[in-house]
Design a protein around this ligand. Structure first.
Ligand code: MSP
Length: 477
């Protein structure tokens, strides 16, 4: 059985999950379910990034200890991911002592590429990122993502010599050994690589205490990104020898899902770490766009932050998954508005799909047509092509086209007239065909709307087809 490892970025445990966090989980979950449908054994990592000053300072302003604070927030993320019915297999916490111990071993193994130096330059605590003079000048001293002035740092740090790996990283991006999707992000990554300086991978304890201690130097703590990126392999047991064979079976990751704002860390820092360890690079990095609210970046200051739980509660999980997978483009920035959400629910879920299920079930029940049991697996080539390229919105467009075709087909074949004429053989033929088409739709929906797909199977493969007591997507709920 093919083993497929899927990874997601781990959010900072410094607050509640927001609507922007859902993309990593939903994209990865759809892909995981799809790969399982095709017969793969899937390992699927999620987790929380709990070290660093950004988290530490937020904890200090709460009444909790740092441990209580990160545990509470990590649990919130886990509950949220569970509510989205995300089929992850592994949940990482970077404060887990096993993860921390493995990070220290990773550091030791990278030692040939590490040196100590003075850092005089800029830092953004929002990004937990060092900023070059060029970026500082381009952004006029203010982080465009966090709208905060960069901090001036002057400290001693350990550095990872990126120069040792630049050529290899470039080559692996160019020959798609590590494919970066979409193509325009690949170009962006190649450009960033050209200017990439060596990367600071520690901070003095005086500046950062909440992190993994640097082995052999008590005065330094690991930079949060080195600790966080390592999660993708420490969760597989790397580098403990007892997990080695298991690790080799799962690594490299088939795909890693990350937002566009953290592409740099995944396209440069992460490959450098892996190459330094003598490991393969992930096969694909999918860099998704941002979810915006009414065309703007969500921010507490603007007051346009959308609470994902409110969205979830309005029409349930299937509608939530549907919207973010059909109307939020995988790669480009997309807007969430309540109006769009309601429109998608009413027109596409309630009318197109929900009504079709009611309508066809009614025709079958009235005419004592018993269910079709041939389980149809995903065989639609065009659909698979989209899924393999992570073009999920297009896979759903195609599925909706099929839903509309069935609706039209009912109008054209007019089963009620065949019933009136008493043409039972023809009628059952027509119904059989329509039900089969709907079951195919259910199998295409499976990775996206798993409950809806199961409902459709249950209704139309039962020995006696019955009209569901309430429609799949009731209106004015
Ligand atoms: N902790 C780091 C990731 C470490 S991975 C080794 C981090 N955390 S985050 O909480 O800021 O972001 C977590 C994920 O959510 C990232 O993939 C990020 O791009 C994504 N998003 C955060 N806001 C987003 C939107 N508004 N829209 C879509 N995704 C966005 O970065």
């Amino acid at each position: 059985m093919k083993k497929t490892y899927i990874c997601t970025a781990i959010p900072y445990a410094n607050g509640y999950p927001h609507i922007g966090h859902v993309l990593d989980y939903l994209l990865a979950d759809v892909y995981a379910r799809y790969r399982r449908e095709l017969g793969d054994e899937v390992r699927f990592q999620v987790g929380t990034d709990e070290h660093g000053n950004k988290v530490f300072r937020k904890a200090q302003s709460s009444e909790l200890t740092i441990e209580e604070y990160t545990t509470a927030n990590s649990n919130r993320f886990r509950e949220f991911i569970d509510r989205l019915d995300v089929t992850y297999t592994d949940f990482v916490r970077t404060t887990d002592p096993e993860h921390m111990r493995r990070c220290q071993e990773i550091w030791r193994r990278l030692s040939d590429h590490i040196y100590l130096n003075e850092y005089h330059g800029w830092y953004c605590e929002g990004c937990e990122g060092f900023v070059t003079e060029k970026e500082y000048a381009e952004n006029h001293g203010i982080c465009p993502d966090h709208q905060r002035p960069y901090q001036k740092l002057s400290e001693q740090n350990y550095y990872l010599r990126i120069a040792d790996f630049k050529d290899a990283i470039r080559e692996k991006i160019l020959n798609n050994e590590m494919e970066i999707l979409p193509a325009f992000r690949r170009q962006e990554a190649l450009k960033m690589l050209e200017d990439a300086p060596d990367i600071s991978i520690s901070r003095p304890v005086g500046e950062l205490s909440w992190g993994v201690p640097v082995p052999g130097d008590e005065s330094q703590v690991m930079y949060v990104w080195l600790d966080a990126l390592s999660n993708y392999i420490t969760i597989l047991g790397y580098p403990d020898s007892e997990y080695e064979s298991d690790f080799r079976e799962w690594w490299p990751a088939d795909v890693q899902f990350v937002g566009k704002d953290i592409l740099r860390f995944h396209a440069i820092t992460w490959p450098a770490i892996l190459l330094g360890l003598g490991l393969k690079l992930p096969r694909r990095i999918v860099s998704h766009g941002f979810v915006l609210a009414n065309g703007q970046k969500m921010s507490k200051t603007i007051g346009n932050v959308i609470d994902p739980l409110e969205v979830l509660e309005s029409h349930g999980l299937e509608a939530f998954r549907y919207f973010f997978l059909r109307h939020v483009d995988t790669f480009a920035d997309s807007d969430f508005t309540w109006a769009k959400y309601e429109e998608a629910y009413n027109n596409e879920l309630a009318n197109d799909l929900g009504n079709l299920v009611q309508r066809l079930a009614t025709l079958c029940q009235k005419n004592q047509f018993s269910g079709v049991t041939s389980a149809d697996r995903i065989i639609d080539q065009a659909y698979c092509d989209f899924m393999n390229k992570f073009e999920f919105t297009k896979a759903l467009d195609l599925t909706w086209q099929k839903i509309q075709n069935i609706n039209q087909s009912i109008d054209q074949t007019k089963p009620w007239e065949l019933a009136k004429r008493g043409d039972v053989a023809k009628l059952h033929d027509v119904l059989h065909n329509l039900v089969e088409q709907l079951l195919t739709v259910a199998s295409l929906l499976q990775p996206f709307l798993p409950d809806t797909a199961t409902n459709i199977y249950n209704i139309f493969s039962a020995s006696e087809i019955k009209v569901p007591a309430s429609p799949l997507f009731p209106k004015n709920k």
